[in-house]
Design a protein around this ligand. Structure first.
Ligand code: NAD
Length: 372
């Protein structure tokens, strides 16, 4: 097949959907790979390395006009204009955005949104949410170190002892767990909260302390189990008890990293403005949920703001700040997904009954297949 890799056009998007490593594998499998010139430059992959791996360098229109297009982000209207009806598209296509999916269906594309893959063992190697969230959790901690005027580990010096930083992580999914592990490696004392009871063991296995918000009713217990591994919105009474406990822990904390998300909904508000006001000057909050409204209403997407000495880091798209590794993992995720839809002769073929394909196929034959 003709496989096209355009350069990403969304501002700040530095990742690329294929690396020389994955291009080599595609070319070896007999595909004709067409990559847009400079597509990998922002992620530090050179055109010459793609050529050596077997790709042809082309312009944007040619890359987008390929039979199969590999993208990081959903194509913008200007990009869609170059895409062929009947073409196949793989990417992070924002499956909860019904209007966005409609534009893909109208362009006649067979489109797969990889974020919609189930969180199962079989889907692990193509799980783009995990590969990218892992890096985001790591980077969140490094950003915190950058804006924090102190150090993370305890340090005994001739001039006196410096105390270890206290880190609170809210939301212990993929990003949160990586943030816990990273903060622990740097020597911080870490506490974490999550609604899902399964998170406790994971937090503790990384050396973190679990902030327990006990369930008081069967309804709370049932909702907290989530669905498909994901959280569901908790009842107001539980959220109020959690807010009180989180406020208390945040007041003692130096760093707060928030990662709490509920699929298809605005991020839950976990840190109220009065909690920020009560935090110590010099504290840092990194809000990883900022693109979905934020876990703290004072976070501003794309900005770092100061609230009376408390720094709120609302930088979005943290994986793009680690573009080389983020692209490497993402490109491998795509390659693994392709194994499901390319047959032994190297042609596109939809398997008849496959839960991963069913979940990810968002547009076909001019129709949106997913109710957002
Ligand atoms: P996510 O990004 O959707 O959410 C981040 C975390 O926020 C989750 O742990 C969620 O429970 C938590 N959260 C939501 N509301 C909260 C609240 N009010 N207070 C505190 N925390 C709250 O989650 P994710 O990182 O994508 O992980 C989702 C699930 O998928 C997890 O159960 C994870 O273990 C699982 N998972 C499974 C696989 C696999 O088996 N292949 C791979 C990756 C993730």
């Amino acid at each position: 097949m003709q496989v096209g890799i355009p350069r990403e056009t969304l501002p700040g998007e530095t990742r690329v959907a294929a690396t020389p490593e994955t291009v080599k594998k595609l070319a070896q499998a007999g595909h004709q790979v067409q990559i847009e010139r400079s597509a990998g430059l922002a992620a530090r992959y050179r055109d010459s390395d793609y050529e050596q791996a077997g790709a042809t360098l082309v312009d944007a229109a040619q890359a987008l006009g390929s039979e199969l297009v590999l993208k990081v982000r959903r194509p913008a209207p200007a990009e869609l204009a170059h895409m062929k009806a009947g073409g196949v598209l793989l990417g992070m296509l924002d499956p909860f955005d019904a209007d966005g999916l409609k534009t893909l269906a109208e362009a006649g594309l067979t489109a797969f949104a990889l974020e919609a893959a189930p969180r199962t063992t079989r889907a692990q190697s193509l799980d783009v949410l995990s590969s990218q969230a892992n890096l985001a959790g790591y980077k969140a901690v490094l950003l915190a170190t950058q804006y924090y005027g102190r150090i993370f580990p305890m340090m005994m010096t001739a001039a006196g002892t410096l105390k270890a930083a206290r880190v609170v992580v809210l939301g212990a999914g993929v990003a949160g767990l990586q943030a816990i592990a990273t903060a622990r490696r740097l020597g911080a004392v870490v506490e974490a909260s999550d609604v899902r009871p399964a998170a406790r063991e994971q937090v503790e296995s990384l050396g973190g302390k679990f902030i327990d918000v006990p369930y008081e009713t069967d309804e709370e217990r049932e909702i907290a189990q989530g669905v498909g591994g994901y959280a569901r919105p908790m009842p107001a009474a539980w959220m109020a008890r959690q807010a009180a406990l989180v406020a208390e822990r945040c007041k003692q904390a130096d760093i707060v990293i928030t990662t709490a998300l509920i699929p298809g909904r605005p991020a839950p508000v976990l840190i109220q403005p009065d909690t920020v006001a009560a935090m110590r000057p010099g504290s840092v909050i990194v809000d990883l949920a900022v693109e979905r409204g934020g876990n703290c209403p004072l976070s501003v997407a794309g900005e770092v703001v100061d609230h009376d000495g408390v720094t709120l880091v609302g930088l979005s798209n943290l994986p793009a700040l680690l573009a080389t590794d983020a692209s490497a993992l993402y490109a491998r995720n795509l390659l693994d997904f392709l194994k499901l839809v390319i047959d032994a002769e190297g042609r596109f073929a939809l398997p008849a009954d496959d839960d991963i394909i069913k979940a990810c196929l968002v547009c076909q034959d001019g129709k949106v297949l997913r109710s957002a």
